[in-house]
Design a protein around this ligand. Structure first.
Ligand code: A3P
Length: 320
């Protein structure tokens, strides 16, 4: 049995057959559900999440489109919010033993996957969750509550290259190599998990302008370039600002180092463990740089993607 056919059986055939369908990056097909592209398993989990999840005002939701810095923002937020329970310098800090995706679970890949309806009421507050779901499809109680949403956005050029590498690694051995040109065409058409990327980014961008106390829009590039001030901004937004004493003690720098690419990448758990959907953690840490796309994209690809960005981001104020 084809894997996707098997997956299709899991959710209403009628629903899936009403969704537009395109060839997928890693799986045979992606379906357009509620305006964005995803796999049948994800649709099933998102339906369950939308039906059952109830946000609390103290919740923190970390949202991204894949390959934008999800692992990083999960590590940073976990470290900042739990710094009283888990001192950063402690050699048993959870981030040294667990992958960030195990400490901050995805709503759609973990908690509501496989039609589960988990009891989340026992998780101590503040609860931190991750998601790739676009803003417009978040559960209503998230939008209607005072909970905080942090979005991390990355330059679409780098996000594309990171996605291509990741999908190439995860494709099964029976699949042929995934040509960059083919992936690029799909990306430009918006066909990528949770895409089109411009709609995903703009959804959170607009909401961050309308509800700045509840939605924080951060950029991967700003975090790379000035992590300290970005961390302070993040802690302020989360309602747990660094005290003067903490700053003087160098705590912000310590968090930055604990969660750095170099530190996380070399931890045993991230070299040999598995977290999301049983995929190897090591693939979550590739280069962690800004601008790697220059090594892959031809001038005409750059022109094409720049044009798409110009057309879609237009005068929204979102710039890269
Ligand atoms: P590259 O493929 O460009 O190296 P996500 O976590 O959303 O899956 O994103 C993965 C990207 O973030 C990869 O980018 C990965 O190397 C990078 N990354 C992972 N951990 C990071 C960290 N702690 N700091 C900076 N970048 C990180």
């Amino acid at each position: 049995i084809d894997v996707d056919e098997d997956e299709e059986n899991l959710i209403s055939k009628e629903l899936i057959h009403c969704c537009p369908k395109e060839k997928g990056w890693r799986t045979s097909f992606l379906y357009k559900f509620q305006g964005f592209w995803c796999q049948p398993k994800e649709i099933q989990a998102i339906i369950s999440f939308q039906k059952h999840f109830r946000a609390r005002n103290s919740d923190v939701i970390l949202a991204t489109i894949p390959k934008s810095g999800t692992t990083w923002i999960k590590a940073l937020t976990f470290a900042i919010m739990n710094r009283k329970n888990f001192p950063i310098s402690n050699e048993n800090h959870p981030l040294l033993r667990s992958n960030p995706h195990d400490l901050v679970p995805f709503l759609e890949y973990k908690l509501y996957a496989n039609n589960q309806n988990p009891n989340l009421s026992n998780i101590p507050e503040p609860r931190i969750f991750g998601t790739h779901v676009p803003y417009g499809s978040l559960q209503e109680s998230i939008m209607g509550s005072d909970c905080r949403v942090v979005y991390i956005c990355r330059n679409p050029f780098d996000t594309f290259i990171s996605s291509w590498h990741y999908c190439s690694k995860l494709r099964s051995e029976s699949q042929p190599p995934f040509p960059l040109e083919e992936a690029f065409k799909m990306y430009c058409k918006g066909v990528i998990g949770f895409g089109p990327f411009w709609e995903h980014m703009l959804g959170y961008w607009k909401e961050s302008l309308e509800r700045p106390k509840n939605v924080l829009f951060m950029k991967y590039e700003d975090m790379k370039e000035d992590a300290i001030s970005q961390l302070k901004m993040l802690a302020n937004f989360l309602g747990v600002p660094f005290s003067i004493e903490e700053e003087e003690e160098g705590l912000v720098e310590e968090i930055m180092k604990l969660c750095s690419f170099e530190n996380l990448k070399d931890l045993e758990v991230n070299k040999i463990g598995k977290s999301i959907k049983n995929f190897d953690n090591k693939y979550l840490f590739r280069k962690g740089e800004i601008g790697d796309w220059v090594n892959y994209l031809s001038p005409s690809m750059v022109e094409q993607l720049s044009k798409i960005m110009e057309e879609n981001f237009g005068d929204s104020g979102l710039k890269f």
